[in-house]
Design a protein around this ligand. Sequence first.
Ligand code: SIN
Length: 317
Amino acid sequence: MIEKKNKKVVVLATGGTIAGWASDLNAPHNYQAGQIEVAQLLMELKESPHNILSEQITQIDSKDADDAFWRVLAKRAAYWLEQTEVIGLVVTHGTDTLEETAYFLQAVLQPNKPLVLTCAMLAANAPNSDGPGNLKDALALAFDESASGVMVVCAGDVHAAHEVQKIHSLRLNPFSSGDLGPMGQIVNGEFKRLRPASSIRWPQPLPSVKDLLADQSWPRVLLVVNHAGNDGSMVRAMLTHDAPDGWVVAGTGNGTLDHALQDALEQAQTQGARVIRASRCSWGGVQSRADDLFAHAGQLTAVQARVALMLALMVKK
Ligand code: SIN
């Protein structure tokens, strides 16, 4: 049993708008993400809890998140989660690919401690920046020993890693868990659980963190969207020049595809690629069909299905 005074939360900083800086405060929406070090972000919290450690993992705009970024983040998160005195982690992250990182971390780490991703929509030096409030809420959740798993905290809402999507490009609360609503809220610095997280089937088998770190070239899985007039030419061009290991197709509605795109993806499948059919709709997932040519993503969003397929192919390699 660790004494309360020795219990620690570690903040792993990766960049994003929460660490962004606007050079002209008359135009705070023109800023550069990933400029402010984590030590400064923590210093600027008016009252922050004690016993916080921090590590600057990288300084990126999360649009540039890639395998190398996820590898180092998973490695450091796994390390800190193993430390007995560490009761939770906070990861500061850009909003743009946060839902992908959240899904990835939950899939590969399945932590029994809270791992809380947080972010901001306004740069750190913008008037009324939302970053400090979000960071404080995330710390409150990371110190809450009744919580576990990967969660996202933003604008007072708490979302489960596999339920959250960024649905707005401007709002201070750009995340949603759809019809379910957030699984919790942070009210006056305390976590209020509103409902249990929904159940989900994680890809099986999953690579261990050790395998994932040892693998220097993760399977390449690309995402293509069905749209009016998609003639499949992009997929066919890739097949002759730079074929990926897998494709996720964000189909229309229930994952339906223009016949030309379908033909191109069938060709990819015949050549050995795995193809997963998802939907470009935010919610509802895709249902199986009697004439399915491709595996379907079920309730996974297209970007989640991309991560799931990458992990599945990693095990198969
Ligand atoms: C990013 O995703 O790194 C930039 C945008 C944001 O954090 O909102």
